[in-house]
Design a protein around this ligand. Structure first.
Ligand SMILES: CCCCC/C=C\C/C=C\CC/C=C/CC(=O)SCCNC(=O)CCNC(=O)[C@H](O)C(C)(C)COP(=O)(O)OP(=O)(O)OC[C@H]1O[C@@H](n2cnc3c(N)ncnc32)[C@H](O)[C@@H]1OP(=O)(O)O
Length: 338
């Protein structure tokens, strides 16, 4: 699709959009709440009135996110249930499974839904969060490349702002966060898992890493900061330049993931790790996390607009668009050849 026709479609979508945030929120299968509020769990049933309650209850949203949801909700209407979220009533631990076939790539709508759900879980008082995937062999393929290829600029800006928002929320989250990496986790997928406090990866023919340079693009500073904080400066230096995708065994050896276990043991390992973390006084644990992560968070928080401008100016360069186009074509070709 040409840039002009993509812009026109986006303009039409914006003009048509009459949907409220409440409609948007129906996209996610979420019924959460703690204490006296009803919620859906593996252990408890959800009644119709419970569902109505959770769908109607107001969420704490930044005004930016509300605007995003209103602006672009039309496009996301065809995609149901991007996330499967449940809360265990006894432990207060939420499980959020990404289910956006084929590869859980982060589009604007998906990122918005993730932000909304993080806010909701936090405001409902969840103590822990497990992030996983419902798709076999895929954690997440990272950013939706078509968001960056021949983009509409307004949408591109919103896309990046929402990614920043998601990273800020997750990296500094008060909840104990554990990534259950049961599939490939390149680029943005790796970033999301690195935002978590602990990573459990399935063994097998899977890869994880920041491979941006293989696409001809550069991981922004906050991606590389996150990697440096995870694996150390020297390893990050090599990995970022080479666009290194690690096998699970390589990833555990450099500390990119904390545990590698057989696929069938991932859930139990995550559960027992979470149980251990839950024993630590929450306030002290979160403050300790922030002591280490706040400087990294601040770096982006103080330069958000500049970061968006840099991203837009970089990604819309003709040479970068050409690289992205070639990478996308190669992906499609490989997929067709299977
Ligand atoms: C000095 C100046 C500095 C300035 C810096 C400023 C700003 C920074 C600028 C830019 C940074 C932007 C950051 C980007 C981070 C990213 O996340 S980019 C995305 C990177 N992701 C990848 O490279 C993963 C690509 N995908 C794969 O390798 C494989 O799909 C997989 C994940 C390993 C799964 O393999 P599998 O065999 O199961 O599936 P297929 O390959 O067959 O794919 C199925 C289907 O999905 C499509 N697809 C795959 N990944 C993506 C994607 N990320 N986005 C969109 N579409 C994707 C694939 O094309 C197939 O489609 P189909 O052919 O239509 O079936």
């Amino acid at each position: 699709m040409s840039m002009a026709s993509k812009s026109m479609l986006n303009a039409q979508a914006l003009a048509r959009s009459r949907l409220s945030y409440r409609c948007y929120n129906h996209l996610s299968k979420i019924h959460v709440g703690l204490g006296s509020t009803p919620y859906s769990t593996k252990n408890s049933k959800v009644t119709a009135s419970h569902q109505a309650h959770s769908l109607l209850s107001p969420c704490k949203l930044l005004s930016q996110q509300k605007a995003t949801a209103r602006k672009f909700s039309q496009r996301s209407l065809g995609q149901d249930n991007l996330l499967d979220v449940s809360v265990d009533s006894s432990s207060g631990v939420a499980t959020l499974k990404m289910q956006k076939p084929p590869v859980n790539s982060f589009s604007l709508e998906f990122l918005t839904s993730l932000c909304i759900n993080l806010d909701k879980l936090h405001s409902d008082g969840c103590r822990g969060l497990v992030i996983g995937s419902s798709l076999p062999k895929i954690f997440s393929a990272g950013l939706e490349i078509t968001e960056m290829y021949q983009p509409d600029e307004a949408r591109l800006r919103e896309f990046w702002r929402t990614l920043q928002e998601f990273w800020i929320k997750l990296y500094g989250s008060q909840m104990i966060t554990i990534a259950a990496i049961t599939g490939h986790s390149p680029a943005g997928g790796c970033l999301v898992s690195m935002c978590c406090d602990h990573r459990v990866m399935a063994d097998g023919k899977l890869t994880i890493g920041l491979n941006e340079t293989l696409l001809g693009i550069v991981a922004p500073r906050w991606f590389s900061d996150t990697l440096i904080n995870t694996v150390g400066h020297r390893e990050a230096e090599r990995a970022l330049q080479l666009g290194k995708l690690y096998s699970p065994q390589e990833a555990v050896a450099v500390g990119l993931v904390d545990q590698v276990v057989p696929l069938e043991s991932v859930a139990a390992t995550v559960e027992s790790t979470m149980a251990q973390w839950l024993k630590i006084p929450s306030h002290a644990r979160h403050l300790s996390k922030l002591q280490l992560r706040q400087p990294t968070l601040d770096r982006l928080l103080h330069t958000r607009q500049e970061d968006i401008d840099n991203f837009v100016s970089f990604i819309t360069k003709e040479s970068i668009q050409k690289s992205l186009g070639m990478y996308l074509a190669a992906l499609k070709q490989r997929s067709k050849a299977k």
